[in-house]
Design a protein around this ligand. Structure first.
Ligand code: ASP
Length: 289
């Protein structure tokens, strides 16, 4: 199999952010060439995107309604080894903590103990808050005060979701297998404690011997459809592009994006714009829509 990596900057992310998805894809591809390992490649690619404050992951993560920042991330390889964090606070790169958890007997650590685990493993205190994230929180609070927002029971509105885009992810293929990784500060109007799809294997990501898949969009809907595993299950029959398109159509009323790779192809689909890049030996291509 030939090395290949795809990176994305979230369902609804402006295409102009592809400078960053390209940088991340190039970084991931160089890791594939040097180390030949898809897991290392997706981690390094996601780190580049977590460090870009324009995205809602790592630095620049959105705030919960109480002003806290709780981040979710996960990683999985085609040997079914995986690691994830939910609601982790004050680390620079949640995806690296997820990678560390992969080395333990466990899969998912949540909340305070996820943060404690990070500290014990030398992930230093880091405040991912940005002025932009604070501004967005203030806007949300004002709307809530004025009763302008469709609150919990009401349907998500695309225009509201869009302000919170910027979850980041990657899928990659090395000579022997596949990997997927994702990282997010969450989505709009989050209660403290809310865990989204990005922390849940099968929902935000999935990888196995047929390929790897990464999803972005409204976490609650992605979880309901176990979206990444559902798309993965169709990869062999439909190929990755058609499988991604089918996945997007399953959640037709919600902004949804998917990237996928298999042994002989790749797919990228989104109901909105999505900054994303695919990189392989003779290819560097960006953008959906
Ligand atoms: N899926 C993420 C979440 O719900 C958000 C996103 O992908 O934009 O936490």
């Amino acid at each position: 199999m030939q090395h290949l990596i795809i990176t994305h900057g979230g369902a609804g992310s402006p295409i102009k952010y592809r400078d960053s998805t390209e940088k991340a894809a190039k970084k991931g591809y160089s890791v594939l060439r040097k180390k030949g390992n898809a897991v290392d490649a997706v981690i390094e690619a996601v780190v580049v995107l977590e460090n870009d404050p324009r995205f809602n992951a790592g630095t620049g993560s959105r705030m919960r309604l109480n002003g806290s920042i709780e981040m979710d991330a996960s990683v999985m390889g085609s040997n079914l080894k995986c690691g994830a964090v939910a609601g982790i606070k004050n680390v620079k790169n949640p995806v690296k903590v997820a990678r560390k958890i992969m080395e333990t007997p466990h899969i998912l650590l949540a909340g305070e103990e996820a943060t404690n685990f990070a500290r014990k493993n030398n992930f230093r205190y880091y405040n991912p808050a940005t002025k932009e994230a604070l501004k967005k929180l203030e806007e949300t609070k004002n709307k809530l005060k004025n009763g302008k927002i469709p609150v919990w029971a009401k349907k998500w509105k695309k225009f509201e979701y869009k302000k919170f885009t910027g979850t980041v992810g990657a899928v990659a293929r090395d000579k022997k297998g596949f990997a997927a990784a994702v990282s997010t500060g969450g989505t709009s109007f989050m209660l403290p404690g809310r865990v989204g799809d990005s922390a849940l294997i099968g929902c935000g990501i999935y990888a196995g011997r047929h390929g790897a898949v990464c999803a972005t969009g409204v976490g609650e809907e992605i979880i309901r459809h176990i979206l990444s595993k559902s798309v993965y299950d169709k990869i062999e029959i439909l190929g990755p592009q058609k499988a991604c398109e089918l996945g997007v159509s399953l959640l037709k009323n919600f902004p949804t994006g998917l990237i996928a790779v298999s042994k002989d192809g790749y797919g990228m689909a989104c109901s909105e714009n999505m900054a994303c890049t695919v990189a392989s030996k003779n290819l560097l291509k960006s953008g959906v829509q």
